[in-house]
Design a protein around this ligand. Structure first.
Ligand SMILES: NC(=O)c1ccc[n+]([C@@H]2O[C@H](COP(=O)([O-])OP(=O)(O)OC[C@H]3O[C@@H](n4cnc5c(N)ncnc54)[C@H](OP(=O)(O)O)[C@@H]3O)[C@@H](O)[C@H]2O)c1
Length: 346
């Protein structure tokens, strides 16, 4: 009894001290490269929300490959705009303060946010997010499930939409191929394509075949077998849409497996794939090769959170890591073999 009382007093004092000192724990890097070893645990001032922004107490953050690619220097010198940089965009948390003009949320609200990917800031105890890219998180959606959604599930949803699949119940059944279906984006893409009445063929490694089937895939190919490498559907179906979540597959592999007006969406755009896509467009081909980058939209985020709430979409969690071991999560994602989302819990 006495111990419980003392523990609660210590907890209150700790929380008071943290807020009063106005600092927080964060993880940043201060130069390009270095991978997980380049991450540093630091104590920095708690940011304050400016106009239209809100301050969140972060409960969970999800990593995306773009996080380590930016650290590696994929978009240097523009991104990150300056060092040191606190990475990560995808968070779930509780609103603790609202900035001037922000009126959609109040302290205590549970939310999912995509924080500015130019400014970063998600890998910290507190993060500033724009109201425009913040949505309510209902109690049915855990912090980890919510944090997993923004970048990865938006990519899956928007890639499917680009190919002409819609989610208003009017989509005709189409044949969809999803590569790397066990990954952060792919596992959402499989479930979303099924919700849109598609026949799904998926690729993944042998260890995840049953798992990907359990997400709804009708046919699954092990990408390390000759059949998997050929992308040929076991039932002989040709694809109308491809959500291509891995790299290194040439057009000559896709082409024989496509229906006449198929669209292949490459979600890992590189200079080469962007040029390839532009060159193909010049000849007005019926089979299209498109590249895309997520366009963050509140309406799409709300749609995804609602699907999770209703139990129609799930976030497959590869692993959860405590904030104190954020570098382990970083290394796990960089390894390229995550099954679902890598989550850091505060
Ligand atoms: N355009 C955008 O806006 C956008 C948004 C989000 C992500 N992305 C990009 O999309 C890509 C995928 O992201 P992610 O988060 O899904 O990555 P991820 O979670 O790191 O993907 C890992 C998964 O991919 C599987 N995999 C690897 N190579 C494969 C292959 N050749 N065939 C089939 N499966 C393979 C792995 O399976 P094994 O372990 O069995 O090898 C693993 O389960 C990344 O390049 C990312 O940068 C783009």
């Amino acid at each position: 009894m006495l111990l419980t009382f003392l523990a609660s007093k210590v907890s209150i004092c700790t929380s008071f001290a943290t807020m009063a000192s106005k600092t927080m724990r964060a993880v940043w890097y201060d130069s390009y490269g270095g991978g997980a070893a380049g991450l540093k645990h630091v104590e920095v001032p708690i940011p304050s929300p400016k106009k239209g922004k809100i301050l969140l107490k972060v409960e969970a953050a999800a990593l995306n490959p773009i996080d380590w690619k930016i650290q590696k220097g994929i978009s240097r010198p523009f991104w990150p705009p300056k060092f040191p940089f606190i990475p990560v965009t995808d968070v779930a948390g509780e609103v603790v303060e609202v900035g001037p003009g922000a009126n959609r949320f109040k302290p205590g609200d549970k939310v999912v946010s995509m924080v500015s990917y130019m400014k970063g800031g998600g890998l910290a105890e507190y993060a500033v997010a724009g109201e425009a890219l913040t949505v309510t998180r209902p109690p049915e959606v855990s912090p980890a499930e919510g944090a997993g959604l923004p970048f990865a599930a938006l990519a899956a949803l928007q890639a499917l939409k680009i190919t002409g699949i819609n989610f208003d119940g009017t989509s005709k059944s189409s044949n969809v191929l999803i590569t790397a279906a066990s990954g952060g984006v792919g596992h959402y893409a499989v479930q979303l394509a099924k919700l849109a009445n598609s026949h799904v063929t998926a690729t993944c490694g042998a260890r995840n075949v049953e798992l990907v089937k359990s997400l709804g895939a009708d046919e699954v190919l092990d990408y390390k077998t000759p059949e998997g490498a050929s992308l040929k559907s076991p039932s002989g179906k040709k694809y109308d849409s491809v959500v291509h979540c891995t790299i290194g597959i040439s057009w000559s592999i896709f082409e024989p497996n496509l229906n006449a007006k198929a669209k292949v969406v490459e979600i890992t755009p590189t200079s080469w794939t962007i040029i390839r896509s532009a060159l193909r467009k010049l000849t007005f081909p019926k089979k299209q090769f498109l590249t895309m980058f997520v366009s963050p939209k509140k309406e799409d985020m709300e749609f995804l959170v609602e699907l999770v709430k209703e139990g129609k979409l799930k976030t497959l969690v590869d692993s959860k890591h405590p904030f104190s071991k954020a570098e382990e999560a970083w290394a796990k994602l960089m390894d390229g073999h995550a099954t679902g989302k890598v989550i850091i819990e505060m």
